[in-house]
Design a protein around this ligand. Structure first.
Ligand SMILES: N[C@@H](CCC(=O)N[C@@H](CS)C(=O)NCC(=O)O)C(=O)O
Length: 303
C-alpha cells in the first residue's frame, strides 16, 4: 500500500483530530504543508475543487474531510479501532457534537479574543469560504458567551469521564477522544490563558494531558511536488457501489459540502458506500485520481 499522506497545516484543528487518530494507531505517515488561505495550487488539482483541510492521499486516492479520513484510516488499519467495538455510536456522536457545536464556539471565542490582530487577507478568505461576513466586533461581543459554552462542553465531556475511565469510551483511546480533544487544543494553542485549565472539572485536564501524550505517530515531511508525483504514478483502488446508486455509475456529477467551502468537485461517479461518494477525475498531468467525500453533509448532483 502507498504511504499515508496528510495534506494539512499545523494549526488546523480538524487536522489535529486526524493527527491524534494517526497517533492512536501508531502509524507512520507523511505530512504535506498546504497554505492556510487560497490559492492552494498543489491541493486543488488533486481534489478537483475541494479546498478545505485536511485531505488524505493514499496513492491516487484522495479523501476529503476528517470525517471520511478517520473512517478510511480505520478500514485500512483496523488495529486499535477508532470506532470502539460496541461503542461506535458514542465516538460518532461525540465527533458530530464537537465538529459542529463545539467548533463554532471555539471559533467565536478565539476570533473574539484575537480578531483585531488577524490578517485582513485571512478575513477575506474566510468570508469567501463561508459566504458570510467575518464580523470581528460581533465575535468579540459573543466571546464571553462562547467561553461559557466551551466550559459547558468540557463539563459534558468530564461527565463521561466521571467514573475515572482513562478515555471517553473506556480503557483505550478512540475517535471519541481525538474528536473531544481537538477544539480544546485549538483554543489552548491559539489563545494561551483563555481556557488553559478547568480546575473545577476533575478528570478533564488529566484526560486532556493523556490525549496530548498519545502524540501523532511517526510523521515526516513531504513536498507537494513529491505527493503529486505519487498520485501520477499510482492507480486508484477498486471500488464498489451501493445498489441505490447504480444508475449514477459512469455519469458526470458534482460533489459538494453543504455547510461551507461548497466548491464543487466535478468528476465521473465511480462508487459509493453508506458513508462515502467517489468520483474519478482524469487529468492531463496527473492521470486518473479518485476523489472521495463523506456521504453525510455532502450533496451529489448529476451534471
Ligand atoms: N468538515 C470538514 C471541515 C474542515 C475545515 O473546516 N477545515 C478548516 C481548517 S481546520 C478549513 O479548511 N479552513 C479553510 C482552509 O483551510 O482553507 C472536516 O471535518 O474536515
Amino acid at each position: 500500500m502507498s504511504e499515508v499522506i496528510l495534506h494539512h497545516y499545523d494549526p488546523s484543528p480538524f487536522s489535529e483530530k486526524v493527527r491524534i487518530c494517526l497517533g492512536i494507531k501508531g502509524l507512520t505517515w507523511r505530512a504535506v504543508q498546504q497554505p492556510v488561505i487560497m490559492p492552494k495550487p498543489d491541493l486543488v488539482p488533486l481534489t478537483g475543487g475541494y479546498r478545505r483541510i485536511p485531505v488524505m492521499q493514499i496513492g491516487a486516492d484522495i479523501y476529503c474531510d476528517s470525517q471520511l479520513i478517520v473512517r478510511e484510516l480505520d478500514r485500512r488499519f483496523p488495529d486499535k479501532p477508532l470506532f470502539p467495538i460496541g461503542n461506535a455510536g458514542l465516538a460518532i456522536g461525540i465527533e458530530q457534537w464537537c465538529d459542529k457545536a463545539l467548533f463554532q464556539s471555539a471559533v467565536m471565542a478565539i476570533f473574539g479574543a484575537i480578531g483585531d490582530a488577524v490578517d485582513p487577507a485571512f478575513i477575506k478568505d474566510r468570508e469567501a469560504l463561508s459566504g458570510q461576513p467575518f464580523k470581528v466586533a460581533a465575535m468579540k461581543a459573543m466571546a464571553p458567551f462562547a467561553l461559557d459554552q466551551i466550559r459547558t462542553h468540557a463539563a459534558l465531556l468530564a461527565q463521561q469521564l466521571a467514573d475515572d475511565r482513562a478515555f471517553l469510551a473506556g480503557d483505550a483511546p478512540s475517535l471519541a477522544d481525538a474528536a473531544g480533544y481537538y477544539n480544546f487544543w485549538f483554543i489552548r494553542s491559539f489563545c494561551p490563558g483563555l481556557a488553559d485549565r478547568f480546575g473545577d472539572l476533575p478528570g478533564f485536564d488529566v484526560w486532556y494531558d493523556r490525549v496530548t501524550a498519545i502524540g501523532h505517530g511517526a510523521r515526516t515531511a513531504m513536498t507537494p511536488e513529491v505527493a503529486l508525483g505519487i498520485a501520477r504514478d499510482a492507480q486508484p483502488d477498486e471500488l464498489g457501489t451501493l445498489p441505490g446508486d447504480a444508475a449514477l455509475m459512469g455519469k458526470a456529477v458534482t460533489l459538494a459540502a453543504t455547510d461551507y467551502g461548497r466548491d464543487p468537485i466535478l468528476g465521473i461517479f465511480v462508487g459509493s458506500t453508506h458513508f462515502s461518494l467517489s468520483v474519478a477525475r482524469e487529468l492531463a498531468d496527473l492521470g486518473r485520481v479518485n476523489v472521495h467525500v463523506p456521504r453525510l453533509g455532502y450533496s451529489i448532483t448529476p451534471v
